[in-house]
Design a protein around this ligand. Structure first.
Ligand code: AHR
Length: 655
C-alpha cells in the first residue's frame, strides 16, 4: 500500500469514527430558533384548598373573625366561663347587613363577661419583636368599656398586648399595634373586658405587620417570597374546583370578594367536607383575600393575572347544578364586569371600585378562563354565551377554556372536537397521573395538532400513589418525572404556552389534598423538590426553543435521558436542560452548532438525589435544592457527566 493510500484510509477511518460519535452526541442548533417561548410558559395555579387562603397566604391570624361560620362561635372560647350565660350573645342583623349579619354583644360589669379567646388556624404563629395589628369593629350602646388585648402563648403567658377604647353607639373601626416579646407557635388572642356597660364587636382581627410589602389586610411575606422567587409568568386564581362550588350558591363569585373586607360575604369552603378522610369543619372563605388582592399579587410578582370564572355549572363531581340558559346572563355579566374592574377607566362603575381600593391604574388583564373542569354538551352550550359576549365587547381578551378533568379520556376527546368548532384559542388540560406517566409522556406534544388550540397545561402533578390519595408524597421521584415531562412542554413551546403545577399551597396542619408545591405551618414555609423543578424551569426559561436532537430525534427518554435547549436573548445565553432518570451517572455528549463563538465555561445547576423517596421538610427545607457551579466546557463540544437521578441545567454564553 502506498503512503498516500494509507493516509486516505486513515482519514476515512477518522471520518467514520466521527460519524459514529455524532450519533451518540446531542446536537443543538444554536443559531436557529424553533419557536419563541412565551413569557407565560411557567406560571402558578392558586386555589383556596389546604387552607391556602384563610389560614395560609392571607395573613389574618383570627379564625372566624366575623362570627359568620355556621357555628358562629367556632374558633372562639370564653375563658373559664359558660358562654351560654347572659353575658355574651350572638346577634343577627340580617335585614340591615345581609353580607355580614352576625356580631356579638357583651355585657360588661362586676359579673360581666370573661375574656374571649381565639386560637387562630391551628394556633397563631407569633414572632418575637414583630409588630401585630389588632383591629375591631365596635359599638358601645351603653356604659364605658375598655378592651384589653393580649397575645398569650401556649402556657398562658402574655407575650404582647395593648388596649382599645371603643365609644359611642355608632359602629366604628378601632385598631392598635404592639410588639410581641416572644416567639410562640401556638399562641392565642385574648380580648378581656374592663368597665361597665355593653359593647358590641365584629371583625375581630389580628395581623402581623410584616406582611408582604407591609400591607394591611396583607399576605404572608414568606409565602409570597417563595412565589416571587419563581418569577412566574402568570397567576391563575381562584382555582380549581373552588370556582365551581359544590352547588351554584357556593360557587366563587368575584363581586362578593371586592370592596371593604367587612362587607365580603363569607361562605363555606367546598373543601370543608369534600374528603370524608380529611374533614375540616372550620374551613370557610372569608374572602379577605379576594379578587383585588389576587390582581395586586399578580402585579407584585410580575405574573399575568389569569382569573377563572364559573360558567353556570357547579362541580360535576358534586351536584353538577346548571344555571338555565335563560338565566346565564348574570354569569356572562360577571365576566364583562370583571374586565371593567381590572381594566376599565376610573369613571366606570367597576373601574371606580378598583380605584377606591387603591389601584386607579388598570391591571392589564389579558386572559379570562371560562369554567374549570367542565365537561359534556352542557359546558359548550354555556361557553357559547360567554364567547359571543366577550368576542363582541372585548375582542382584546383571550378566552381560556377547558378540556375537562383529565386528558386522553372520552370526555377529553369530545371536548377537543367541540373546542375546535369554537376555534378556542387556549385550552386548559389537566393531568394528575403517576410518575411513570410523566416520564412516558415527555413526547406528548411532539405530535400534537399544530392547527388546533394553544395548550395551557393548567393543573398537573405526579401522584406517588394515586389522585386524591392522602398518602401521596412530594418525593424526588415525582419531581424528577415532572422535570422529564417538562422538557416536552418547553420543546413544544410553539403550542404549549402556559403551564402550572397544582395545587400550590398546603397548610401542613390542615390540608386536604397532597401533593402540593409549597408546604407551610404557622411559622414557616418550604418548597418541595417539585417547587425547585418549577422554579428552575421558570428562572431558566429562555426566549426561543432550539432544536436539540440525538441521531435526529428529540431526547424523550432514550437511555433514560430527556432534554431540551433554549436561547435567552436578553442574557445572550444558551440554556440546556437535561434529566437523567437512571440510577447511575451518565456520560452525555453535546455539540453546539453555531457560526458564532460560545464561551468555554458554563454555569451548571444541578437538582439531584440518590434517593427517589427523599423529600424536603420543615427541618430540612433544602434537602433537595439546586446546587450551582461554574464548569469548563471546552467550547462547542461538551462532555458532561450527569449525576444519577438528576436535572441539570447549563447556561452558556454565546458571543
Ligand atoms: O388541584 C386540586 C383540584 O384538582 C382542583 O380543584 C381541580 O380543578 C382538580 O380536580
Amino acid at each position: 500500500m502506498t503512503k498516500r493510500l494509507l493516509m486516505l484510509c486513515a482519514v476515512a477511518l477518522m471520518a467514520c469514527r466521527a460519524a459514529v460519535a455524532a450519533d451518540d452526541v446531542a446536537v443543538i442548533d444554536v443559531d436557529n430558533s424553533k419557536a419563541p417561548i412565551a413569557p407565560t410558559m411557567y406560571g402558578l395555579f392558586f386555589e383556596d384548598i389546604n387552607f391556602g387562603a384563610d389560614g395560609g397566604l392571607y395573613a389574618e391570624l383570627v379564625k372566624n373573625r366575623s362570627f359568620e361560620f355556621d357555628n358562629p362561635m367556632m374558633g372562639w372560647t370564653v375563658e373559664g366561663h359558660n358562654r351560654n350565660s347572659f353575658n355574651l350573645f350572638v346577634l343577627n342583623r340580617e335585614k340591615t347587613n345581609p353580607d355580614n349579619p352576625r356580631y356579638i354583644r357583651v355585657i360588661v360589669g362586676p359579673e360581666g363577661c370573661r375574656p374571649l379567646v381565639n386560637n387562630g388556624f391551628r394556633g397563631m404563629g407569633i414572632k418575637e419583636g414583630n409588630g401585630y395589628r389588632f383591629s375591631v369593629w365596635a359599638a358601645v350602646p351603653e356604659g364605658d368599656v375598655n378592651l384589653k388585648v393580649e397575645i398569650v402563648d401556649d402556657k398562658g403567658n402574655t407575650i404582647g398586648g395593648s388596649s382599645v377604647k371603643p365609644s359611642g353607639k355608632e359602629w366604628k373601626r378601632y385598631q392598635t399595634v404592639f410588639n410581641s416579646s416572644d416567639t410562640n407557635t401556638n399562641a392565642s388572642l385574648r380580648v378581656s373586658f374592663e368597665g361597665n356597660g355593653i359593647v358590641e364587636l365584629d371583625m375581630i382581627s389580628l395581623f402581623p405587620t410584616d406582611t408582604w410589602k407591609g400591607r394591611e389586610n396583607g399576605l404572608r411575606a414568606d409565602i409570597v417570597q417563595l412565589l416571587a422567587d419563581m418569577k412566574p409568568g402568570f397567576l391563575r386564581f381562584p382555582g380549581g374546583c373552588i370556582v365551581e362550588g359544590r352547588t351554584l350558591a357556593q360557587r366563587y363569585q368575584w363581586k362578593k370578594t371586592v370592596g371593604p373586607v367587612e362587607n365580603r360575604k363569607l361562605i363555606i369552603n367546598r373543601w370543608n367536607t369534600e374528603f370524608a378522610h380529611k374533614l375540616t369543619p372550620d374551613y370557610y372563605q372569608s374572602f379577605g383575600l379576594g379578587f383585588y388582592e389576587y390582581f395586586l399579587l399578580s402585579e407584585d410578582i410580575g405574573a399575568e393575572p389569569l382569573p377563572i370564572l364559573n360558567c353556570g355549572m357547579a362541580c360535576q363531581y358534586n351536584t353538577g347544578e346548571l344555571v338555565p340558559l335563560d338565566e346565564i346572563d348574570t354569569y356572562v355579566q360577571d365576566a364583562l364586569d370583571l374586565i371593567e374592574f381590572a381594566n376599565g377607566s376610573t369613571d366606570t362603575e367597576w373601574g371606580a371600585l378598583r380605584a377606591s381600593m387603591g389601584h386607579p391604574e388598570p391591571f392589564n388583564l389579558k386572559y379570562i378562563g371560562i369554567g374549570n373542569e367542565q365537561w359534556g354538551p352542557q359546558f359548550f352550550e354555556r361557553y357559547a354565551f360567554f364567547e359571543k359576549a366577550l368576542m363582541e365587547k372585548h375582542p382584546e381578551i383571550i378566552i381560556v377554556s377547558t378540556a375537562g378533568p383529565s386528558v386522553d379520556t372520552d370526555l377529553f376527546y369530545y371536548a377537543q372536537e367541540q373546542l375546535k368548532k369554537y376555534n378556542a384559542p387556549i385550552v386548559d388540560e389537566h393531568f394528575y397521573r403517576s410518575p411513570e406517566w410523566f416520564f412516558e409522556n415527555a413526547a406528548r406534544y411532539d405530535e400534537y395538532d399544530r392547527d388546533g388550540y394553544i395548550v395551557f397545561a393548567g393543573e398537573y402533578a405526579a401522584q406517588s400513589v394515586a389522585q386524591g390519595n392522602p398518602n401521596n408524597k412530594n418525593n424526588w421521584l415525582t419531581a424528577l418525572s415532572e422535570a422529564a415531562f417538562m422538557t416536552g412542554l418547553e420543546r413544544n413551546a410553539d403550542i404549549v404556552q402556559l403551564s402550572s403545577y397544582a395545587p400550590l399551597l398546603a397548610n401542613a396542619d390542615a390540608w386536604q389534598w397532597s401533593p402540593d408545591l409549597i408546604w407551610f405551618n404557622n411559622m414557616e414555609s418550604y418548597g418541595t423538590p417539585n417547587y425547585y423543578v418549577q422554579k428552575l424551569y421558570a428562572t431558566n426559561r429562555g426566549t426561543e426553543v432550539l432544536n436539540m436532537s440525538l441521531a435526529g430525534t428529540p431526547l424523550t427518554g432514550q437511555d433514560g435521558i430527556y432534554a431540551t435547549a433554549a436561547y435567552d436573548e436578553q442574557a445572550g445565553e444558551i440554556i440546556i436542560k437535561i434529566v437523567n432518570r437512571n440510577a447511575e451517572q451518565k456520560e452525555f455528549g453535546m455539540e453546539l452548532k453555531s457560526k458564532r463563538k460560545v464561551a468555554n465555561t458554563a454555569r451548571k445547576i444541578v437538582l439531584a438525589s440518590s434517593d427517589l423517596e427523599s423529600m424536603n421538610s420543615f427541618d430540612k427545607p433544602q434537602n433537595i435544592a439546586p446546587v450551582e457551579s461554574e464548569i469548563k466546557t471546552g467550547g462547542k463540544k461538551i462532555n458532561l457527566t450527569l449525576d444519577a437521578q438528576s436535572m441539570t441545567i447549563l447556561r452558556i454564553r454565546k458571543n
